[in-house]
Design a protein around this ligand. Structure first.
Ligand code: SF4
Ligand code: SF4
Length: 290
């Protein structure tokens, strides 16, 4: 295959927008045609960006830099890390889903649970669709989160982790920074789902408009905030950050059985109470001096 020069940011943005514009795709469920996601944000960064080395040092040696998952996927392909581009996207929860979820205190709203279940199917479909469309243009591409090599791992400094993190890919692509609750605060807020693809294509990187990985969180910028701590019914968010073990236990023991019994008839790892009714829910929170 020979990389096709006509594939631009605009082309990729249109492919993603078209996929989500299909009401048969972007819907809460087969029975409910309400859209699962609002308008997406898309960002780009080079495959050889040194930020991936920093992320790897932070998370663990098992974490893939873009070239590492490319090597695993395309065994005999000759390429250099600088031939690659990471494309990441943000899929914002809709106004209706957030409005419903704001009333929730111990258990997630039903729309939120539907997006946790069906929305992630849509997000998976988008990863596959973009890879297929790129292949149609003669471009090698992989969605690391869907790779058969993708695994969950334990990180010494990070707790539960994995070989590829969509949030970190989006951070690298200039789409947001991390909050006290670990979620990515993006221009569309923290109530989002995230995806990414690595492609052998030359696309200009987007600026990363922050120097610090906590730049958008009020708590790390001298403000009290901590509203996500108050929203978490499990006490999993404290001054020490996000306790992934407590969070996971609450979802496993409380919200997932609740979703099965009262909402969808199946267990779903739905919670995200810390993502709404907080200053970073739907945008980058504004500091008073701004
Ligand atoms: S609610 Fe406040 S402290 Fe928590 S992530 Fe958002 S800005 Fe940071
Ligand atoms: S997802 Fe739920 S349990 Fe986990 S930190 Fe957020 S509010 Fe707490």
């Amino acid at each position: 295959m020979h990389p096709e020069k006509n594939v631009t940011k605009e082309w990729i943005g249109t492919i993603i927008a078209q996929y989500l514009a299909d009401p048969k795709v972007n819907r809460l469920s087969d029975e409910d045609p309400e859209p699962a996601f609002g308008e997406p944000l898309v960002g780009y960064c080079p495959g050889d960006d040194p930020i991936f080395e920093e992320i790897k040092a932070h998370i663990g040696s098992f974490y893939w830099k873009p070239a590492e998952i490319f090597e695993k996927t395309f065994l005999n392909l000759s390429f250099s890390p600088q031939d690659l581009t990471v494309v990441a996207w943000i899929l914002p929860q809709t106004r209706e889903t957030k409005a419903e979820h704001r009333h929730s205190v111990e258990y997630p709203g039903k729309r939120w649970s539907l997006v946790r279940r069906n929305g992630e199917v849509i997000n998976e479909g988008l990863r596959r669709y973009l890879v297929t469309r790129l292949a149609g243009e003669g471009i090698f591409a992989v969605a690391p989160a869907l790779s058969p090599f993708w695994e969950r791992r334990d990180s010494q400094g990070f707790g539960y982790a994995s070989t590829w993190s969509e949030r970190h890919a989006a951070f690298a692509c200039g789409l947001g920074t991390f909050g006290l609750s670990d979620g990515l605060i993006t221009p569309a807020g923290k109530a989002v789902r995230i995806g990414s693809v690595v492609a052998m294509i030359d696309i200009e990187a987007d600026p990363r408009p922050y120097a610090d990985h906590h730049a958008y969180c009020l708590y790390f910028n001298g403000k009290k905030c901590g509203k996500c701590m108050d929203r978490c019914p499990a006490g999993a968010i404290t001054d020490a950050g996000h306790d992934k073990v407590k969070c996971k236990a609450y979802i496993r023991d409380v919200t997932s059985p609740y979703v099965e019994k009262h909402q969808l008839g199946v267990k779903v790892n739905s919670c995200g109470l810390c993502q709404v009714k907080v200053p970073c829910e739907s945008g980058i929170p504004v500091r008073e001096e701004e």
